[in-house]
Design a protein around this ligand. Structure first.
Ligand code: MN
Length: 605
């Protein structure tokens, strides 16, 4: 009956996706979701966000659950509530651009398995990266929600957001979401943005505002007063901090007004009580970095990102440089044309900022990801990038102006052939597409009956693991509720006490040189020698050799790709660091390698 009220506020609860992603590192298991589904289904939510974001990754990586099975079980347990997912445009739920056929099949299978509403975004708001996914959602007959990643910069004006919202509607968007992943919105900015957008487009405007800075409930209020009728909230047990305002509080806030959500507070309380008990089980994944912190409003750097960086730099005896890193992040972001900081741009900017400080010279070392970004590999940055930084990164190499996926040939057939009989259906091929190595391992273990979820530790996890000889130093960073694995390993000393250190961020290899003692020595676990010279080509992460691009006797240039490795999520070129001649090759296609090993020897010219 409440549905007939035009002013009613509609609520999407994110407890089954963003809530636990933001607060307990995406670890909520299906077994803890299903028992409460009947009650969730009876509430009358506009939708429940249940899938996408980091949940797919966490299922395969940590929980050893088949994410597709989770989706089907949730669909069956929630027959009356539309199910919603978050999808990173052309990146889907992985970390690279996929060819259009993969995007089309992924969306189609997600719809088949139970998703009704697709929230589609691109980290750069390059709408070309949304086109294929949006079209696929429409083709499946489901609800396509176009997303504006909110950020603050000289170019992110109301006009820009309005223009993008209109383009999304032209693309077929059934609604528009404002996605404030960092907690940058303030109440009055929200009111102005929502009023302008609702005036400009004739589809509903949704607000997804993280509570990080403590302002999101106020933002919701101003949004609703300005015409927004769809808000994202999280049941109280998983609300607040880097999550979202509590469902119960927002329902109470609008009760007995024209905006009344029509939701039953008593029924919501039971759900909150259930999840409060469940959350205790995941105490080990709680983090001090998910607490409310207004610092993002002060320096544009999310609080969690700052605290985590501080923790890491402390371990590297570089804590005194943390302030410099925080000051450097907005500068790098400006150099890169003001990308919103969200996966994967948050890692790209954050890592480069760390390197700019630790190397003692801005852009002395430039990550492969920044190079790719400056070549147009992610799409078009919101503003012009700094031309001198671009030249330094890629020289006179041409900048790709087109849609990144236009350079990709269809992939489904190759992926299907690669994974072969380990895939029981197209869903499995898509799991493999998202996470090549991890997905294969998952499917193999499922076949062998050896899947074993990570244990639920009884003690809170330290944010870092102790340095163990023979393994990389590993730790986890949480940024905007998504966890990234960082691995550090050093290879032998070179001159002046400077040590070549390799840092891998979620499978993206980064290289950095800085003063370091002996803390980060990667050990040999194969018969290969440890790298000690500049001509020793090594890798920064454990992985497999996909291809060897040179032969003994070849002359190579610094920066030239000599190997291709695959680790966790992506294929990566390993480059020569010096000009010279290939003296020896210690790997072949298919070999397993670990960081620090000499893979190719180059005699310096
Ligand atoms: Mn979110």
């Amino acid at each position: 009956m409440q549905h007939s009220q035009p002013s009613r506020v509609h609520v999407t609860d994110v407890v089954l996706r963003d809530g636990h992603q933001s607060l307990i590192a995406t670890r909520l298991r299906t077994e803890d979701m299903l028992p409460i589904c009947a009650k969730l289904d009876a509430i009358g939510y506009h939708s429940l966000e249940v899938w996408g974001g980091a949940t797919f990754d966490a299922c395969v990586r940590f929980l050893k659950e088949d994410p597709w099975v989770r989706l089907r079980e949730l669909k069956e347990a929630l027959p009356n509530t539309p199910l919603q997912m978050l999808v990173r445009g052309q990146n889907l739920l992985g970390y690279r651009h996929y060819a259009d056929d993969v995007v089309e099949r992924f969306i189609a299978k997600s719809a088949d398995n139970g998703i009704d509403i697709f929230r589609v975004f691109d980290a750069l708001n390059d709408l070309r990266n949304l086109e294929t996914a949006m079209r696929a959602v429409k083709a499946s007959g489901k609800h396509a929600q176009g997303t504006l990643c909110y950020t603050v910069s000289p170019v992110h004006t109301l006009d820009m957001f309005v223009d993008q919202a209109r383009q999304l509607v032209d693309m077929g968007a059934d609604s528009i979401a404002i996605k404030d992943m960092a907690g940058l919105l303030t109440p009055y900015a929200t009111g102005e943005l929502v009023a302008t957008l609702t005036e400009a487009v004739n589809v509903p405007v949704h607000l997804h505002a993280h509570a990080t800075s403590g302002l999101s409930a106020l933002c919701h209020l101003k949004a609703v007063e300005a015409g927004c009728r769809h808000i994202d909230t999280c049941i109280s047990a998983f609300a607040g901090g880097t999550s979202h305002p509590s469902t119960e509080s927002m329902v109470a806030a609008y009760a007995d007004t024209d905006y009344d959500t029509g939701l039953d507070l008593e029924a919501l309380k039971e759900i909150g009580d259930y999840f409060r008990e469940v959350r205790k089980k995941y105490a080990a994944f709680e983090s001090e970095f998910t607490r409310e912190d207004v610092s993002v409003q002060i320096n544009q750097v999310p609080g969690g990102m700052m605290s985590n960086l501080a923790n890491q730099l402390r371990e590297q005896n570089a804590l005194s440089q943390i302030r410099e890193v925080f000051n450097e992040i907005p500068r790098v972001r400006a150099d890169l044309g003001y990308p919103p900081l969200v996966t994967p741009t948050s890692q790209i900017v954050g890592t480069q900022a760390v390197m700019n400080v630790l190397t003692g010279e801005r852009y002395k070392a430039i990550t492969n990801e920044v190079k790719r970004y400056l070549q147009g590999g992610y799409g078009k940055p919101p503003a012009e990038v700094d031309e001198s930084v671009r030249r330094r990164a890629i020289g006179n190499a041409p900048v790709e102006e087109g849609r990144p996926a236009d350079r990709l040939s269809p992939e489904m057939q190759r992926l299907s052939a690669d994974i072969g009989e380990l895939a029981d259906g197209e869903e499995d091929v898509l799991t493999f597409a998202m996470f090549p190595e991890l997905g294969r391992e998952f499917l193999q273990q499922r076949r062998d009956g050896t899947l074993s979820p990570e244990p639920l530790p009884s003690m809170p996890e330290s944010s870092s693991r102790p340095v163990t000889e023979g393994t990389p130093t590993e730790f986890i960073i949480d940024v905007h509720g998504e966890s990234y694995e960082v691995q550090i390993t050093g290879v032998g000393s070179s001159k002046g006490g400077k040590r070549q250190v390799y840092l891998t961020l979620d499978g993206m290899p980064e290289e950095v040189v800085f003063e370091a003692k002996d803390a980060y020595v990667g050990g040999a676990v194969s018969g290969r020698a440890q790298a000690t010279a500049a001509g020793h080509v090594t890798t920064s992460m454990p992985g497999n050799i996909v291809d060897v691009l040179v032969s003994v006797g070849d002359s190579v240039k610094a920066g030239q790709a000599v190997l291709i490795t695959e680790a966790m999520k992506m294929e990566t070129e390993v480059q020569a660091r010096v000009n010279g001649t290939v003296q020896a090759i210690h790997v072949a296609k298919g070999d397993r390698v670990t960081p620090g090993e000499v893979l190719v020897e180059i005699e310096e010219a």
